[in-house]
Ligand binder design. Structure first.
Ligand code: IFM
Length: 451
């Protein structure tokens, strides 16, 4: 097959619709390494992770999983696992080191090799344009807090569509803009490490605007599906607190993208607490440009209660019961609930699960395989919940496990392992975990190859 040949369309099987694909996801800063190679510029995560105390153990993404050099064998590993789709992200500073001006041809060439390598192996390449590694030079002039960054992002999106539009088969503008805006600019736990709510709200708007502008830039150049990925958590607990946190985390992004409005209750709450919002209502037309699919990252429900000490008057807590190494409750029913809710509230959208997975500490190496029973249980129950939602009418077309590899888990460094494949960071050896073998057999069984 040639590098640009379309992927075969997959028949409906095992309760899943035709065209459904199983895959895995990673993100540039979490796996690539090669932080200073081939003309890559500095990102806000390079700067943040090198700040003493910002990341557990002082870990950084300088080397990460060395995917930049090991991409070909990592792609072969995906073939061994039977993966049908790979969601990766493009590091903006690798292809446009200062976030403006001419592209860096060496950076672009690396992504072309990766994407062509996927096509040659029959794996669908899905590119995310922004998974949190803003060029540091853009931060120096205000980052997401300023409108100009949205314009620069759209220009970058257009450049990437020109450079890779003939080979990439799906585009995701942003990964989890809530995390970027609020954990990066209000709580300061993630890059750029700012702690200022009004700045975070401005950033959320500029991120959404940049999404809409990027959709236009992509649409004018490619015919492949375009979407955005949101981290969505069903809220459980005290009704008023749950409704407010739902508005802050879920509806603040869903409503503008899918309905062209901000949720009134949240506008009112932000204005009451933080003053007038820096939002131009005319931007909502751009923000709500039609998308082909909504990317959903689902990990857990959030438990919430009123709290007079928290800035929004609500705080979260871990319930009794099973939790992951992140302290996140294990609850596959939450995925079902969220999928049904999306259909009820926003209509018959096409949905791609762009991340789902878990970090666990109970991994043991037995006879060359990493035994991770908790992750096997997590993946199998969540895939069951997905099938139940499909049976009940939700249009789900992709499932990407997070993550293919153990990787740099942001402020937690390498301490938290989300991979279905273990990475030995001393040797960079990849060791499939039981969950990877389970996933491989699951995909083979669906495709009629037997398990
Ligand atoms: O590792 C992250 C990823 O980058 C974004 N979604 C959640 C994952 C687990 O925390």
């Amino acid at each position: 097959m040639t590098a640009t040949a379309p992927q075969p369309s997959l028949a409906a099987a095992d309760g899943l619709p035709a065209g459904f694909r199983f895959g895995a996801a990673t993100a540039s800063y979490q796996v690539e390494g090669a932080a200073r190679e081939d003309g890559r510029g500095e990102s806000i995560w390079d700067r943040f992770s090198h700040k003493p105390g910002a990341v557990v153990n002082g870990d950084t993404g300088d080397v990460a999983c060395d995917h930049y050099h090991r991409w070909a064998s990592d792609l072969d590993l995906m073939v061994e696992l039977g993966l049908e789709s790979y969601r990766f992200s493009i590091a903006w500073p690798r292809v446009q080191p200062d976030g403006r001006g001419a592209l860096n041809p060496r950076g672009v060439a690396w992504y072309r090799r990766l994407v062509e390598g996927l096509l040659e192996r029959g794996i669908e390449p899905i590119a995310t344009l922004y998974h949190w590694d803003l060029p540091q030079a853009r931060q120096e002039v205000g980052g997401w807090a300023v409108r100009d960054t949205a314009l620069r992002f759209a220009e970058y999106a257009g450049f990437m569509a020109d450079a890779l539009g003939d080979v990439v088969q799906g585009w995701i503008t942003h990964n989890e803009p809530w995390v970027v805006a609020f954990l990066g600019h209000a709580e300061g736990r993630k890059a750029p490490g700012i702690r200022d709510w009004p700045t975070a709200i401005a950033a959320s708007h500029n991120l959404l605007l940049s999404h809409g502008l990027a959709v236009d830039a992509l649409r004018s150049r490619v015919n492949t599906p375009v979407g955005i990925t949101l981290n969505l958590n069903p809220m459980r607990g005290d009704a008023a607190a749950a409704s407010l946190l739902d508005a802050h985390q879920n509806r603040w992004f869903l409503d503008p993208v899918l309905r062209g409005t901000y949720p009134g209750d949240m506008v009112e709450a932000y204005e009451r607490i933080f003053g007038p919002l820096p939002i131009n209502p005319e931007d909502l037309d751009v923000i709500s440009r039609p998308i082909d699919f909504l990317g959903v990252n689902y990990y857990n429900p959030t438990y919430v209660r009123a709290s007079s000490e928290a800035p929004l008057g609500v705080s979260t807590f871990a319930p009794r019961g099973a939790v992951t190494a992140m302290g996140w409750p294990v609850d596959a029913g939450g995925l079902y609930d969220m999928l049904l809710r999306l259909r009820a509230d926003y209509g018959d959208l096409e949905i791609w699960i762009t991340e789902n997975g878990a970090a666990f500490d109970d991994e043991k190496l037995v006879d060359g395989v990493v035994e991770d029973p908790s992750r096997v249980a997590y993946l199998s129950t969540h895939l069951e919940a997905l099938r139940r939602a499909v049976r009940d009418g939700v249009n789900v077309r992709r499932y990407h496990a997070w993550s293919l590899l153990d990787n740099f888990e942001w402020e937690h460094g390498y301490d938290k392992r989300f991979g279905i494949v273990r990475v030995d960071y001393d040797t960079q050896e990849r060791i499939p975990k039981r969950s990877a073998l389970w996933y491989r057999d699951h995909i083979a069984a669906v495709r009629g190859g037997g398990a």
